[in-house]
Design a protein around this ligand. Structure first.
Ligand SMILES: *Cc1c(COP(=O)(O)O)cnc(C)c1O
Ligand SMILES: [Zn+2]
Length: 407
């Protein structure tokens, strides 16, 4: 397993021994996990016999002892070559990274799986999270698998199916009368007061390592090549930042020769602080006070990694754009009807933005594009009912079918 060499401040580069620390004592910058890259010797052929899950990349994951892994076999999800969708959008080569099919039906299995495993390794006896919905279910499931209590802080208005899912796994749900940012602040205080491993707060350096596997898998699935362009749905910005770290580490350890990938961020119009800052040419992200969007998974008004996500988008020569509720619904249906992949609104956002950027000529039709679709549509069925036809009511007689079955 991988020993974390140290934690390093993203701002001032001060180094710390690995522990439960997550902010720099000197400058309050976030800490990132650093491995002993010199000692990692991995060849492309080494992967043929490995488990088809995030754990196939254990040298780059922050768990020292394999007995601490809390495993639901997340990851290694399909990278679906999307011919019909590509045609509709006007691209030659498009792939959907289909993370709707993880064990808890979103990409949050990746960071939550690592976060809870690390909590076990650090001998914490309870975990939790602040969540826009999907992390609640994911953290709760891994806590159940580990046999430890889980405390979930959510804004009061998230989708019912997501609350039901987390409750089913046995989590204690704290539904906060406020926004995600309020829930997040309260969870941070709870982490201190009750020694909880809040996966996306005081476990954050480890937690974000899980999302990095989205870059490792895509590179491997493309035959150890980075795509020309990736489109990433963005809430806090943690996943986007981690995907960049993943590509960078593959170059560091020699599994990729180079990365020339453009990194583009997609946000919903009702909560697009990173897109707004990008379009205005600013380096700071101005918080959105009252997010208002059907893509609730992305409704983070004050994105924790917003500043760094913005920096990465520019460093990797990508774009940032947003999609309205109507565009999101159209994109969810387009994806479902061309590729057989049913996503929640947060999964429609990058599809809608991709379509727009191709129409605007910002993405060239010859670019090899990967679009990350990160959450499952079965969690948010109520959003579509208005846009879908009602089923035909039919008597059980074959002649009743004549007016109904037409091509
Ligand atoms: C949480 C979430 C995101 C955003 O991830 P961040 O790391 O907060 O940017 C995207 N899609 C889905 C489905 C999510 O649940
Ligand atoms: Zn610092």
């Amino acid at each position: 397993m991988a020993e974390v060499k140290l934690l390093r401040c993203r701002e001032c580069a001060k180094e710390y021994q690995p522990s439960l620390k997550y902010v720099c004592e000197e400058c309050f910058g976030p800490l990132d996990v650093v491995y002993d890259y010199e000692k990692i010797s991995l060849r492309r052929e080494d992967f043929s016999e490995r488990p088809k899950s995030i754990w196939r990349y254990f040298e780059l994951l922050p768990i020292a002892n394999s007995s601490n892994i809390v495993n639901l076999e997340a990851g290694y999800t399909p990278l679906q070559k999307s011919v019909r969708l590509a045609e509709q959008i006007g691209l030659k080569e498009l792939y959907i990274k289909n993370d709707t099919v993880n064990p808890t039906y979103s990409f949050k299995d990746r960071p939550a799986g690592i976060g809870v495993s690390k909590a076990v390794e650090l001998q914490l006896d309870a975990v939790g999270c602040a969540s826009t919905g999907n992390l609640a279910g994911a953290t709760a499931a891994y806590a159940a698998r580990a046999g430890i209590p889980c405390f979930v802080f959510i804004p009061h208005d998230i989708e019912k199916a997501k609350v039901t899912q987390a409750l089913a796994y046995g989590a204690k749900i704290l539904s906060i009368e406020g926004t995600y940012d309020d829930a997040n602040r309260l969870a941070a205080q709870a982490a201190e007061a009750y020694r909880l491993g809040i996966v996306n707060i005081n476990m954050r350096p480890y937690y974000t390592e899980g999302s990095k596997t989205l870059a490792l898998e895509v590179s491997e699935q493309l035959g150890w090549q980075a795509p020309d362009h990736v489109i990433i749905p963005v809430g806090s910005g943690a996943m986007l930042h981690s995907i960049c770290k993943g590509f960078e580490e593959l170059v560091t350890i020699g599994l990729l020769d180079e990365v020339k990938t453009k990194i583009t961020a997609a946000q919903p119009s009702g909560c697009a602080p990173i897109v707004d800052a990008f379009k205005r040419g600013e380096t700071e992200v101005t918080p959105v006070e009252s997010p208002n969007t059907i893509a609730k998974s992305l409704a983070i008004g004050e994105p924790g990694d917003g500043f760094y996500a913005l920096k990465k988008i520019r460093e990797y020569r990508g774009y940032a754009d947003d999609a309205t509720n109507q565009e999101i619904i159209e994109a969810v249906l387009l994806l479902a009807r061309t590729e057989g992949i049913f996503a929640e609104p947060a999964g429609g956002v990058p599809i809608a933005v991709l379509k727009k950027l191709v129409e605007d000529g910002k993405i060239d039709r010859n670019e090899k594009v990967v679009c990350y679709v990160t959450g499952n549509g079965l969690k948010t069925p109520e959003l579509l009912t208005e846009d879908l036809p009602t089923p035909s009511i039919v008597k059980p007689e074959v002649r009743a079918l004549a007016p109904l079955i037409q091509r």
